[in-house]
Write a protein that binds this ligand. Structure first.
Ligand SMILES: Cc1cc2nc3c(=O)[nH]c(=O)nc-3n(C[C@H](O)[C@H](O)[C@H](O)COP(=O)(O)OP(=O)(O)OC[C@H]3O[C@@H](n4cnc5c(N)ncnc54)[C@H](O)[C@@H]3O)c2cc1C
Length: 413
């Protein structure tokens, strides 16, 4: 097997996390090798909804080239409440892209900055030489070659083969999601229903459905907050249910593709031997909305910054990255995963909260996804809805004993 030169960093996986890390590191003059097992450009199951905080982390030329539509509003519809909450901002709350073009453009920018990219080069093995002291190297086997490096960024997606190869403690919870696209001219009904990205709660159990308008198509999808193996198998049935509920013919939805989404973070964001996890491999998604592109871009940047800041000292890199992830992700996660449990597993409580403070909560979710607030901020909000439930028990009780059945349509629009 051929052995090659020593790279400063080998990045496994060229999604938004890997390409962002590669770009930032190459810009600083580090020797970066980026590997992907797929042939780029490649398809990736994704709604392609770029929330504002994600868009801010994307190079301007990529946004200019790839954004198909910009939406200042988003609709949250609650079928069981027969209510829709519309949030409108004075900036693009959600922009839509096709991941086929977007990921390729992100990769191209990293290559232009000097990162070396190998297509169809799946990583088969990662060995950390733990005994050889701080200056020891990591050996990455991919595409029949061995690469030596000081650091590995594992941005290899939700399944994360690198994490498995290393046996790093995981702890991420993966949930299934499915999406497909319909041509705009074939579904005029969506012009009224989804002038902006819409999210439908209470149509499928333990999850939500979405419609994202792009330039010529709509992306339609569902995400199910259960574990694989229970209802995951019937995700296609839930998808069909949602598509029919929208009033669409299921056969019009093309390219239906599914993939897991991690909605909880990995126990350890890095291996002290020099491997840093980023993006879905780290488990950085919003636990409530399962939005992961911003987490991929931000964690890719944080991983690159930790390597730059650590300046060759592995312990320092490990410390800097751990602190950054703890500050930005873990502290937020405890509360947001608790809220996600309410939203997807206690629908009556969710509906009770939204019937009282739906507009406020929708605005908070939008602010979090825009990067202006954190869910933790809820705890310090004087009129916080959790406290309010305690203040208005009768109103709350009445609201949760009302009808909560799934499947009613757009009655309150
Ligand atoms: C149906 C669906 C809809 C979604 N919709 C949205 C949305 O609208 N907005 C949003 O923000 N998020 C959405 N997400 C989540 C989002 O897609 C992910 O969070 C995001 O893609 C994570 O980026 P990443 O770079 O970490 O991983 P990925 O984009 O998954 O990239 C990982 C890369 O690693 C490569 N790889 C894997 N194993 C190896 C290996 N052994 N060797 C080399 N390469 C390897 C893969 O080929 C892949 O290219 C959605 C997810 C799904 C499943």
């Amino acid at each position: 097997m051929k052995s090659s030169r020593v790279y400063d960093v080998v990045i496994v996986g060229a999604g938004p996390a890997g390409s962002t890390a590669a770009r930032v590191l190459a810009e600083k003059g580090l020797e970066v090798l980026l590997l992907d097992r797929k042939s780029f450009p490649r398809r990736k199951a994704c709604g392609g909804g770029l929330v504002w905080r994600a868009l801010k982390g994307v190079p301007a030329e990529v946004a200019e080239q790839c954004v198909e539509a910009q939406h200042r509003s988003a609709l949250l519809h609650f079928a069981s409440l027969k209510k829709t909450f519309v949030v409108t901002k004075n900036y693009p709350l959600i922009s839509t892209v096709d991941r086929y073009h977007f990921d390729y453009a992100m990769l191209t920018t990293a290559r232009q900055k000097g990162a070396v990219f190998l297509n169809r080069t799946g990583c088969r093995d990662v060995r950390i030489k733990r005994d050889a002291g701080k200056k020891s190297l990591i050996e990455v086997t991919a595409g029949g070659r061995r690469f030596l490096t000081r650091y590995v960024i594992a941005s290899d997606g939700a399944v994360s083969p690198v994490g498995r190869l290393l046996g790093t403690p995981d702890g991420r919870i993966l949930i299934p999601a499915l999406e497909g696209s319909v041509r705009k001219e074939e579904v005029p009904v969506l012009e009224d229903l989804a002038p902006s990205p819409r999210f439908d709660f209470g149509v499928i159990p333990n999850g939500y459905g979405w419609v994202f308008p792009r330039r010529d198509t709509y992306c339609v999808g569902v995400v199910y907050y259960g574990r694989f193996g229970d209802r995951g198998k019937s995700l296609r049935a839930l998808f069909r249910r949602y598509v029919r509920w929208l009033g669409l013919d299921v056969t019009l939805v093309r390219g239906v593709k599914g993939s897991p989404i991690p909605v909880s973070p990995r126990k350890e964001p890095a291996d002290p031997g020099g491997v840093l996890f980023a993006g879905d491999a780290l488990g950085w998604t919003d636990p409530i909305m399962a939005e992961g592109i911003s987490g991929a871009v931000i964690s890719g940047m944080e991983a690159a910054n930790a390597i730059i800041e650590g300046d060759g000292n592995r312990e320092e890199v490990f410390k800097v990255y751990r602190q950054a992830i703890k500050r930005r992700l873990f502290r937020e996660y405890a509360l947001s995963s608790f809220l996600a449990r309410i939203v997807y597993h206690v629908p009556k409580l969710r509906d009770g909260c939204f019937s009282l403070y739906g507009q406020e909560i929708a605005a908070i979710i939008a602010d979090v996804l825009s990067g202006f607030r954190s869910y933790r901020w809820l705890l310090f909000w004087p009129f916080n809805y959790l406290k309010a439930i305690g203040l208005f028990p009768m109103r709350y009780l009445k609201s949760i004993t009302g009808s909560g059945d799934y499947g009613s349509r757009f009655d309150s629009r």
